[in-house]
Design a protein around this ligand. Sequence first.
Ligand SMILES: *Cc1c(COP(=O)(O)O)cnc(C)c1O
Length: 434
Amino acid sequence: MADNFDNPKYSKETRLIYGKDHTDKWDYNHHVIPPLSSSTTYRLDSAQRGAQGFIEFAHHEDEEASSRAPIWIYDRLGEPNKDILEENLAFAEGGETAITFSTGMAAISGVLGVLTRSGDEIIAHRTMYGCTFSLLTNWYPNYNIPVHLINLRDLDAIEETINENTRVIYFETPVNPNLNLVDIEALAAIVKKHNENRDPERHIYIVVDNTFATPFCQRPIELGADFVVHSLTKGIGGFGTDMGGVAIAPRKWQDLLLLYRKDFGGVLATKSAWPVMVYGLPTLALRMKRQIQSATEVAQWLEKHPKVSNVNYPGLESFAQHELAKKQMRDFDGDFAPGALIYFSVAGDTPEKSRLYGETFINRVAADAYTITLAVSLGHTRTLIEHPGSMTHSAIPPDEQLKRGLDPGGIRLSIGLEHPQDIINDLEDSFARI
Ligand SMILES: *Cc1c(COP(=O)(O)O)cnc(C)c1O
């Protein structure tokens, strides 16, 4: 069989099913499915080979060394399963290189860890996943790395906040959980202008958490971002069986990320890399297409429901940033791909009532629905529902939540692979009982 991993004649969707089967990491060309390699340590033949392995580790700029098959030493430094998965993830995102981590949070810590040192500053969007918010507000200030949480939809605010110490601009788009968007191209243009006048060692880098969209719906590097991070636990893994994370990066940051991962230790388990490689990536396009179609149907239905006050779904005409969504959320074929997440609020006269009705509704769903599960996480085969205000985003204090665009009664729905009419019927039954 010919290796067509790099052949643009075949669609990206198809090439992700086959993956890269000729690789200097490991030739698994005769396996139809790559073997699950699970060895913590590697036989080295001689002290010289061992020494050579340590010299070559994280020295990708050494052309001669990187053209040879690698010398595996110890799982924490690198091993075949993860390295092959990384090549496929870099391909999916259109990036130069990818480094996997044990979780999404480990990947975020890894990228911010290599990019910043004491005295640098981070600018981040004011709304984001609760644990990232906690990382940036509870830990980074202790390292003398100030974090400015601003509204990145306001381009003037960005200009006002950038200063000579700014090192990273960090955001999610769509934002977890309210699905607001940040304009990646517009932000990249601002950063490019600032970087022209800066020492290359002091460049500002754009880091995008692309977990909500997945590379199927959006590829931020193609739009001007420098780094992409993902929780592989979510849509890329796709089946809810394993935790993982990845950072997709410019080639010149590969070695530093590998050294960071070696020393901080947040290594993806081979037994978790394997299902992402064998089940997650090959089915990504198929799952996302189905979920987008169902999410569109569910969002349109919710929008017409009298007990719903507000629906945020990038695919709806009524979505405030629908034009931006159409510009930057595109699948591998260039078609509009608004994702599988919906954020909505149950109607109430006051925010307190809305919150109360929202919780009542979620409890009804938890008790009665077959096709909607009350659980955190997202990008699963099953439709998951949760209340960010008291769950995934509880690290953000309640009085801060409103200021950060978090409706106290907001409900996050991650559409799975069920028949969309079943999801709608279960939602209707629960609405009827509140
Ligand atoms: C879940 C999530 C993370 C963290 O990923 P883990 O794999 O749980 O560590 C980061 N960002 C976003 C947007 C997420 O949804």
